[in-house]
Ligand binder design. Structure first.
Ligand code: ZN
Length: 404
């Protein structure tokens, strides 16, 4: 048994413990100790560092990594989407693969243990299996035309079934968004995620003002874009309500659903998400980049909904370092405690992705996927320090069994 001693241990389930050690046997956490440590244990001193579980990036799109620096920030979400659609017409598989490997190295070195990855092609499965990162890869399902719902769904399930999943890397289906997925397609995904695979799904929800306008009125820039892309469906019945209420009517909001963004959510929407035990995944840097707006983080936490955090992709964020995302969240929500933000970036994400019994906190029996972050300066609040921006050079993986 080894005891990793550090200036601070962050169990996540409770306050930080100063000058403490975490005992580890093989790949499992045994417990947290104050000195003196068990006589039989070998003590490895990590020095002036904070010891915490590997982070969980609950929403990213690794296959968009080749777009790093190529999609400019926009004032309107629809304009960012148009840029993305245009650029993706030139997507080359070799460039996608190469950029993903580099991105994954960054994800790992900045202390992330698990990802919730959205993929149109499942091209991220192999690089993830080759990396030391686990999580869920969601095969994204897009299809606005009702007549194509069965075909699109069957293809997505076939892709999912053909991939080589492991206990650490699991597959699921994710509807893209209310403006790009028909009602029957949403319902097919719900039926399948209840009975198959990991029982977890995801959807981009209440992200932009254009989405709200489209779901409420059936009109606006989204309709124009769908027509331009030749996927408009004249039989579409305008829900005439907000996007959260719409997908709730379709039965899509359940425990196991990750609702991503929620920038445009109302008080009632947040109450619905809480009641349905949905996890709300916030990606604040992406929301500012794409023109979706500023996520109401205070309201998310105040509503008592489970909040997780994601970086989104390199098409709308400068890096995939979740500590940087935490720093942006801290800037936008000074009233939310650093402890709540850290929990969102660890335990809440692990639970949302179905890894809550193995990851996300320092508790006996969990996987010893632990990181040490150098610092903080003497006298500084360690939790505030960890949400003030941490770079990869400050992060070390501390156990040889930290692969997930
Ligand atoms: Zn996304």
């Amino acid at each position: 048994m080894i005891v990793y001693r550090a200036a601070w241990v962050l169990p996540i389930t409770g306050p930080p413990i100063s000058d403490a050690g975490v005992s580890v046997d093989a790949d499992r956490i045994v417990g947290i100790h104050k000195a003196p440590f068990p006589a039989s244990a070998k003590v490895l001193d990590l020095g002036h560092a904070a010891l915490l579980p590997g982070l969980v990036n609950a929403h990213t799109h690794l296959e968009l990594s080749w777009l790093r620096g190529r999609v400019a920030p926009r004032a309107r979400f629809i304009d960012w989407v148009r840029d993305l659609v245009r650029l993706r017409r030139d997507e080359a598989p070799s460039a996608v693969r190469e950029a993903m490997s580099g991105a994954l190295a960054e994800v790992r070195s900045s202390g992330t243990a698990l990802v919730g990855d959205i993929s149109n092609t499942l091209a991220s499965v192999k690089p993830l299996l080759d990396s030391r990162i686990g999580g869920v890869v969601f095969r994204e399902v897009i299809g606005f035309q009702r007549s194509r719902a069965d075909e699109v769904f069957r293809q997505a399930v076939a892709d999912l079934d053909a991939a080589a999943w492991t206990t650490s890397l699991r597959g699921g289906l994710a509807a893209h968004a209310p403006y790009s997925v028909s009602a029957p397609l949403f319902q097919s995904i719900v039926r399948s995620f209840v009975k198959d695979h990991v029982g977890i799904t995801s959807v981009h929800l209440a992200e932009s003002a254009e989405e709200v306008e489209f779901v409420r009125t059936g009109d606006g820039p989204w309709k124009v874009l769908l027509e331009e892309l030749n996927v408009w469906d004249p039989s579409w019945e305008t829900p005439r309500c907000g996007p959260v209420e719409y997908v709730d009517r379709l039965g899509y909001l359940r425990p196991g659903t990750l609702a991503v963004h929620g920038v445009q959510t109302t008080h009632d929407d947040l109450a619905t998400l809480k009641r349905r035990e949905v996890t709300l995944v916030t990606c604040p840097r992406s929301n500012l980049w794409t023109g979706a707006g500023t996520p109401p983080l205070h309201s998310f936490f105040e509503a008592g909904v489970r909040v997780a955090i994601g970086t989104d992709s390199l098409a709308s964020a400068p890096d995939l370092n979740l500590f940087s995302e935490l720093a942006e969240a801290r800037r936008l929500a000074p009233g939310v405690t650093a402890r709540d933000l850290l929990r969102a970036a660890t335990l809440n994400g692990a639970q949302a992705l179905g890894f809550g019994t193995e990851h996300g906190s320092i508790e006996p029996g969990k996987r010893a996927a632990l990181i040490a972050v150098d610092g903080p300066p003497a006298g500084e609040d360690v939790e505030e320090y960890l949400v003030s921006g941490v770079t990869s050079s400050q992060v070390r993986w501390v156990t040889e069994y930290s692969d997930v």
